[in-house]
Design a protein around this ligand. Structure first.
Ligand code: PLP
Length: 469
C-alpha cells in the first residue's frame, strides 16, 4: 500500500476549517478547543497509518476524521461528573455520592447560591455574622444541646474537637472503638494529626469502667467514645456506656466526647429497623460534645456536625483550624433546609430521600420493580427478565448488619456474559450501576427513583446493550 498517498489524503487544517460540521462546532464551542481536537485527531490518524497493514481500514479511519473531531470536542465540553442510576440497593453509597438531596431542597438552594445571601451577614445588626447561625438554634432545639456548629465532614469534626480540647494532652479511648472510617482513614491517625495523645484502654472485645479509671491522669483532657457504626463486635463483649463515664469525667472536670458517625435524629426501631442510638439520646445521657456526619443517616449534605456544651463549642469556633475546615454556602443552605424537615418526623421521613428510601413500604418498591420489568420485557430483549425479592442495605458505614426487604429486577443475558453487561451498563450515557450475583445482573428498585425506571428501560432497549457485538 502507498502510505504517502494515504498521508496526503488526510484533509489539511484549512480544508477542515471550511467543513460544515467543523464550523458548526466552532460556533457551538470555541475555535481553540476545535483546533486542539483537529491536531489531536490528525496526529492520531498519522500514527494509525504508520502502523496500518490494511489499506481499506486506513481509508475508513480517514473518512471518520470529522466525526472523531466532533466526538473529541464534545467530550472536552461535557462534564465528567454526571448523574448515575444506583441499582445496587445500598442507600448510602459513598462512591455514588452518599445521601441524595431532594429536588425541592435543591431548588431552594439554587436561589440562595446563584446570587448573594446573608451567609455570614447578620441582617438585624447590619454587620458580620456567623455561618452557623442559620442552623445552630435548630440543631439545639432538635437535639437538646446548648450550642452547635458544622465543618466540612465528620473526620474534620473529630480533628477539630481533639485539637481544640486535647492538644498536647491525652485522650482515653477503648481499643474496641479504634475504627477505620473508610478510605484508609483511621480514628487513631486522625487523633495523631490533632496533636492529642491517644491512650488506648481495654481489649478489642471488652473494656471496663476500671480501664478508664486507671488510665486517667493529670494529662487527660477528654474521654472519647466512638460509635462503631461500620462494624459490630458480637458475642463475648462488654463496653462502658456514656452514662457510666460521666461521673468520672465530672470528677476530673474533663469532657466526654462521642463520635456517633451516623447522626440519627429519629428512632429507626419505629420503622422496623434495629434501634440506632440517636443524637438526642447521647446528649440526654450527658455527653459534653457529640459529632456526626451530615450525609449519612441524617440525609443531608456532606458535613461534620458538632454539638454540645457552649464552652466547648466556643473553643472550637475560635480554633484556627475551623477556618480551614469551614463549610461553604451550598452546605450551610442545604443543612438548614434538611434540619427543618425534622421539626416534624412525618415530614422528615417523607421529604428526606435517605429516610424515604429506608422506610418505603415493600409494595411501593415492588411497583417500580414490576414497572421496570414490564418495560424491559416489551423490548423483547435477549435476556431472562424477572422480578425477585432481594435485600437492600443502608451502607456508608451505618447499621452494617441491617438488611431491608426489597424487590429487584434480575437480568440474565442470553448472548453476552454478566460481566460484559455490567460493564456496558456502566458506559451508558446515564450510567447504571447494578449488583451482580449468580449469573444475573440485579437492579434493586429501592434505590431507584420513579424517573430512573424509564431511564434504565429506555437505555437498555435502545442501545442494543444485550446484543453480541
Ligand atoms: C463515617 C464516620 C466518620 C467519618 O465521617 P465523614 O463524614 O465521612 O468524614 C467518623 N467517625 C465515625 C464513627 C464514622 O462512622
Amino acid at each position: 500500500m502507498n502510505k504517502n498517498l494515504l498521508y496526503r489524503s488526510i484533509p489539511k487544517v484549512d480544508v477542515l476549517l471550511e467543513n460544515d460540521t467543523v464550523t458548526e462546532l466552532i460556533g457551538r464551542y470555541s475555535r481553540d478547543t476545535v483546533m486542539e481536537a483537529i491536531h489531536t485527531e490528525t496526529d492520531r490518524l498519522r500514527k494509525f497509518i504508520a502502523e496500518a497493514s490494511n489499506e481499506e481500514e486506513a481509508k475508513r479511519q480517514i473518512a471518520l476524521l470529522v466525526p472523531h473531531i466532533e466526538q473529541t470536542v464534545t467530550a472536552m465540553h461535557t462534564p465528567n461528573m454526571r448523574m448515575a442510576v444506583n441499582g445496587t440497593g445500598t442507600i448510602l453509597h459513598t462512591n455514588l455520592g452518599r445521601a441524595p438531596i431532594s429536588e425541592e431542597h435543591m431548588r431552594q438552594v439554587m436561589a440562595l447560591v446563584s446570587g448573594y445571601s446573608n451567609l455570614e451577614y447578620n441582617l438585624e445588626a447590619g454587620r458580620r455574622g456567623e455561618r452557623y447561625s442559620h442552623f445552630e438554634k435548630l440543631l439545639c432545639k432538635l437535639t437538646g444541646a446548648e450550642a452547635a456548629m458544622a465543618v466540612n465532614n465528620n473526620a474534620s469534626s473529630v480533628l477539630l474537637i481533639l485539637s481544640s480540647l486535647a492538644k498536647g494532652g491525652e485522650v482515653v479511648v477503648s481499643r474496641g472503638e479504634l475504627i477505620e472510617i473508610g478510605g484508609k482513614f483511621r480514628i487513631p491517625d486522625v487523633m495523631e494529626q490533632s496533636g492529642a495523645k491517644l491512650v488506648e484502654v481495654g481489649t478489642t472485645n471488652k473494656t471496663h469502667y476500671d480501664d478508664y479509671e486507671n488510665a486517667v491522669t493529670e494529662d487527660t483532657k477528654a474521654l472519647l467514645k466512638v460509635h462503631t457504626s461500620n462494624y459490630r463486635i458480637v458475642g463475648f463483649t462488654d463496653s462502658v456506656t456514656i452514662g457510666e463515664l460521666i461521673p468520672l469525667a465530672k470528677e476530673r472536670d474533663i469532657p466526654v466526647v462521642e463520635d456517633l458517625g451516623s447522626g440519627v435524629l429519629i428512632d429507626l426501631a419505629k420503622y422496623g429497623l434495629t434501634h440506632e442510638p440517636t443524637v438526642q439520646e447521647s446528649i440526654a445521657k450527658g455527653a459534653d460534645v457529640v459529632c456526626f456526619s451530615g450525609d449519612k443517616l441524617l440525609g443531608g449534605p456532606q458535613a461534620g456536625i458538632i454539638i454540645g456544651r457552649k464552652k466547648y463549642i466556643d473553643m472550637m469556633k475560635k480554633n484556627q483550624l475551623t477556618r480551614a475546615l469551614r463549610i461553604d454556602k451550598f452546605t450551610a443552605a442545604t443543612l438548614e433546609l434538611v434540619l427543618q424537615e425534622y421539626l416534624s418526623e412525618e415530614k422528615a421521613v417523607k421529604n428526606i430521600p435517605v429516610l424515604k428510601m429506608i422506610t418505603e413500604p415493600l409494595e411501593d418498591v415492588e411497583k417500580r420493580a414490576k414497572a421496570l420489568a414490564r418495560m424491559l420485557k416489551s423490548g423483547k430483549l435477549p435476556a431472562k427478565i424477572e422480578v425477585k425479592p432481594c435485600e437492600s442495605q443502608i451502607g456508608g458505614g451505618s447499621l452494617p448488619l441491617e438488611r431491608i426487604r426489597s424487590m429487584a429486577v434480575t437480568i440474565r443475558p442470553e448472548k453476552i456474559s454478566v460481566a460484559e453487561l455490567e460493564e456496558r451498563m456502566r458506559r451508558l450515557p446515564v450510567p447504571v450501576i447494578p449488583r451482580t450475583a449468580n449469573d444475573t445482573v440485579i437492579l434493586d428498585a429501592r434505590t431507584m427513583k420513579k424517573s430512573d425506571i424509564k431511564l434504565v428501560a429506555d437505555q437498555l432497549k435502545e442501545s442494543e446493550v444485550l446484543e453480541k457485538r
